[in-house]
Design a protein around this ligand. Sequence first.
Ligand code: ZN
Ligand code: ZN
Length: 657
Amino acid sequence: MALGEPEKKEEGGAHYFQVGNKVVIPAVGHLFGLKQATSGSYYPVFEVEWAPTFEINKRNEYARKYLENLKKFADVAEDIYIATDYDVEGSVIGYNILRFVFNREKAKRMKFSTLTKEELLHAFQNPIELNKGMIKAGLTRHTLDWYYGINLSRALTHSIKKVGKVFSVLSIGRVQGPMLYFLVRREREIRAFKPRPFWQVILKFRLKGKEFEALYREKQIWEEKRADEVVRSCEGKKGVVKDVKKRVVKKNPPAPFDLTSLQTEAYNLFGYSPKRTLDIAQSLYTQAYISYPRTSSQKLPKQLDLRGILKKLSAQKEFKELCQEILKGEVEPHEGKKKDPAHPAIHPTGEVPKKLTGPEKKIYELIVRRFLSCFMEPAKRESISLTVDINGNEFLTSGSRTLKEGWMRAYKPFLKLQEVEFPEVKIGEEIEVKELEKLEKETQPPQRYTQGSIIKEMEKKNLGTKATRAQILQTLYDRGYIVNKSIQVTELGMTLVEALEKYCPTILSEELTREFERKMEEVMQEKIPMEKVLEEARAVLREILKEFKENEEKIGKILDDALMRTREEERTLGKCPKCGGNLKIIYTKKGRFVGCSNYPKCKNMYPIPRVGVIKKTEKTCEKCGTPIIYVFRKGKRPFKMCLDPNCETKSGWGKKQ
Ligand SMILES: [Zn+2]
Ligand SMILES: [Zn+2]
């Protein structure tokens, strides 16, 4: 639309646009992918070639028409402008079309970070050259991931087939291995953790009409006797303020968002998975409301016309006042350290959103408020710590309050501040002891990672890239290696790592993955050729796979056992209310039902839906005592129900429908 009034053309279900003598053809993601150039399911396999995605997988059939549309212009095109996202993936998409459809190596490249009309037009009128580094880095990553994916998946599947009780396809990727290993180590720490009891003494007191709590100086008292002594020696004694410390802390505005910090914040505030946040941000980007989200930059460069964006943003009622206030002064953003040569930090474009979904609205507001915060003054918070003495026993408490709001005014809806205000007190002042309480607690195991914290950890460890981390995490869930929001490794995930750790540890090596990550970075900077990295990868994989092949049967045995246990576990839905045995899904030629493990002694059984995936909930029905199950059916909402068809919770069923 930026180029003029477009005419939409549609052929065979695929569309493109004509604007005067120019055509704009969408590429719907990757039109070319990698596939094996030879046949046979052997490994190691490194014979690979690029082919149209619809030839590789039937699922990609829709892409055929788009490719044909492009081909129509192969001979008549004069100038070609590549306008895919300016990043590694976008560069690969564009370059593959250029070389395989147009038979060329050169084209003009549009570089932009937002999809606003002005920026697109500017990018079109001032095209740059293709970024060879990005293209090469992308081709390297695709090939490397293909090498790893296909070879490891074949090795694992072969090993299971060799032992051969259950048929299963197992897979592990180049980055997934080290990442899963990392999660497994935390899981082991948690399982090995032995909690240790300790005691705390809490003082509840009144000061100038308000109630407060303070904690005995020793935060963990290991012997109960000691805790009792503290309580006893305080009984009936007066309490006085022994010390008051005040401190004023300046709090600078936060840096504007890069992808990881946006994903972490959205997880903490709304519970959105990193993948979901990225999808929402991508949608806001394609609607031209925010800038390109796959960035690691925390900078807002001067070329951005920040004043212009703020002026446009002030058209929205809720931001109007803040924008006007910022525009009165010098518009100087507070920035973070991280940089990205391709894109600035995530920021609003100023375009007024027309219609946003609930989640889009949340992420949009978060990004705008974060952006506005960057231009505002530091906040000032006062923290007070108070020491109370009772008969030589010291109790501590603290609180803080805001003295000056500064940027917090913009970011307020997303701040979780604890405001505890103390009245003015002097040393020596008496407090009114209300109660002394002894609490029994125990030490806690290390915390599980959440989807928010694991993404941050991966970035710190330089595993994966900003664009791929969310997907890698999702893949671990999809393959059943991890479950839950507080990430828990499943038995299958644990066993896979155990087998690899024992017989083929290189697959799990964080260092190796990081090293390839570094090398791809060097390919991007055109410091080393792509072929050199691929050659090294082939050498490493040959080594790994040789090791694997030697232990194929042992690995297969371990995995097969784990798979059997997992299936058995999935099949078990809960306890039989009649005899206490296990209720299991039984498959027959005619279909399936739920029966009791004590059959033939117990003949208890229940029908279950003919189609759909059944999963246990670990809950039982309050009315009939049978296990409650989840039923997932394609294209329908999953629902929960108990097993007994005659249960009173189902009395209304069938009537409503
Ligand atoms: Zn039974
Ligand atoms: Zn019931």
